[in-house]
Design a protein around this ligand. Structure first.
Ligand code: PRP
Ligand code: URA
Length: 208
């Protein structure tokens, strides 16, 4: 069974609260989403393997460390884009793929419309990112998609999750560990997370 890690660092919790506030304007929402993604990246990467290599300081030879695995960051479009920069700031060596999915407003089923992945996908540690895990349909579909393209080692990072979404991902992808900043109460009839933060994509891009 996959693990669920709730990142309860005080700075992360402060930032989730700013994002929840409906009076937070789009530009601040974008900035804070990017900042929180960078902080979450520390927790998500805390057990990444290192490999030693030799370096010369200005004074002598010593050994240093680099990340052992190749890293691929994959945002689920659109809202996941708002977390890419935060992750790239601390993982500049990562490559970036994209999965485009939107939820049909009637059926809530995810519809895919775009994908592009680096060639190293199958040999990399993949971080799939999306601020919202609601019904779980988008994450479940994106994970299946990535596995069909060869990804073997995947972690899913979201900001706000619903209990139902966590259950769906864990049931369908028991090999994928989940990281989030909050698990909220539930979903409304339109599949929105309660209390949640509204439509993340709309708030990132100002399309409410
Ligand atoms: C949002 C969000 C997730 C999805 C979560 O995207 O960014 O991808 O909904 O919902 P689910 O768990 O019920 O599938 P949305 O479909 O609104 O597309 P957008 O990012 O383009 O606005
Ligand atoms: N997608 C969002 O952006 N927000 C929700 O609450 C649910 C799905």
């Amino acid at each position: 069974m996959s693990t669920l890690t709730i990142i309860d660092h005080p700075l992360v919790q402060r930032d989730v609260s700013i994002l929840r506030d409906k009076n937070t304007p789009n530009h601040l929402f974008r900035n804070v989403l990017s900042r929180i993604a960078g902080m979450m990246a520390f927790e998500v990467t805390h057990n990444f393997a290192l490999k030693k290599y030799s370096i010369l300081t200005p004074l002598e030879k010593t050994s240093g460390f680099k990340l052992k695995e190749n890293i691929v960051i994959i945002p689920i479009l659109r809202a996941g884009l708002g977390m890419v920069e935060g992750f790239m700031n601390v993982l500049p060596e990562a490559k970036v793929g994209h999965v485009g999915l939107y939820r049909d407003e009637e059926t809530l089923e995810p519809i895919d419309y775009y994908s592009k992945f680096p060639k190293t996908l199958s040999s990399s540690l993949v971080l799939l990112i999306d601020p919202m895990l609601a019904t779980g349909g988008s994450a479940k579909t994106a994970l299946t998609f990535l596995k069909n393209k060869g990804a073997k080692n995947i972690r899913f990072v979201c900001l706000v999750a619903s209990p139902a979404g966590v259950k769906i991902v864990q049931k369908n992808h028991p090999d994928v560990d989940i990281f989030c900043a909050a698990v909220d109460r539930g979903l409304n009839n339109n599949g929105y997370i309660l209390p949640g933060l509204g439509d993340a994509g709309d708030r990132v891009f100002g399309t409410e």
